[in-house]
Design a protein around this ligand. Sequence first.
Ligand code: 7TS
Length: 403
Amino acid sequence: MLDIQKIRADFPILSEKVNGKPLVYFDNGATSQKPQIVIDAIAKYYQEINANIHRGVHTLSQLATDAYEISRVKIQHHINAKFSHEVLFTSGTTHGINLVTNGFASILKPGDEVVVSSLEHHSNIVPWQMLCEKTGATLKVIPMNEEGELIMEAYDALLSEKTKVVTVNHISNALGIINPVKYMIEKAHAVGAAVLIDGAQAVPHLKPDVQDLDCDFYAFSGHKMCGPTGTGILYGKEEWLNKLPPYQGGGEMIKEVTFEKTTYAELPHKFEAGTPNIAGGIVLGTAVDYLNHIGFDAIHQHETHLLEHATKRLLEIEGLKIYGTGNKASVISFNIDGIHPYDIGSIIDKLGIAVRTGHHCAQPIMSFFCIPGTIRASFSFYNTIEEIDIMVEAVKKAKTMLS
Ligand code: 7TS
């Protein structure tokens, strides 16, 4: 069992007041809060070892380079990548996905097919659409059912020798649905397609094992897992990263430059042009240590408890509908009959409760359910049952005011 009060004491923002009320932070799907150890590590980097990496012989540059590379290895072990050079630092999930779609622009041909799921965040739809426009490939969409689950029979039927890439999120941001990614990867590989998993919403809740999943790419953001904003990771299998061309040209990604021809650096540097977010990359390692110290089994247990309690309590409210009722992470997307989600969100914000309202950058899901958006409460291991009860009472109050 987690000692939640002890954990909450690690997060200074959780004892802040918002609109004069104690903060109840249920917008973890958008970004997580940061523990003091992460906040301190950022300051410590700038106070003690700030220097540019991979380029100076001087001591500070070596210290910064070592800290950055140690963090890479930490993340390699965390996701169980085979090699540390398969772990690329990015600015976030969006950057990682665009790096891959940019690379596939030189591989896909007219007639090829890219399969995406109907549960995706816009950042795992739009880059693939742009890629298809550029190459003449066709985008195919895996449909979903009323429970918010992808329909596996339809997925199987979409796959053929024309399928070159499949992309799907591990956990849906808008509904919290956990997708059967291992099965999907196996099926895609059977027709020779590469698979990118968008792990943005999975990494706060579970420890992905990229070798066990056997995915070709796994993209995620640091800021959703207690790390700093502007940090992220793209895991890519060595053979794919060697096959794809660089994303950006610049310093640090070259072996030799002449005006006639430039040759590129080895992995991972081929994909890491320019001065990166050095402090962010190092401190993402601190966040990963922090989460592992708490333990993902304990996190899962507590978050399951929160999800069950919130589901039960919210369903006491007449006219309340939850979207996404399949196998889920600790996310609840809901609406109340006849009331716009924005109105509920605004009223409960005045009571100190932070939720996200709207389409959650997943408009196709909202179109499927014929709604403008939902109210999304996304829970983290530092949330409590009492906070859920506060939200439920606030939603009831908002309903009375708006009815
Ligand atoms: N993929 C998924 C599944 C996401 O949930 C998000 C962000 C992204 C990609 C993009 O991540 P970024 O760090 O590159 O911006 N999701 C959300 C959300 O649900 N609310 O705010 C951001």
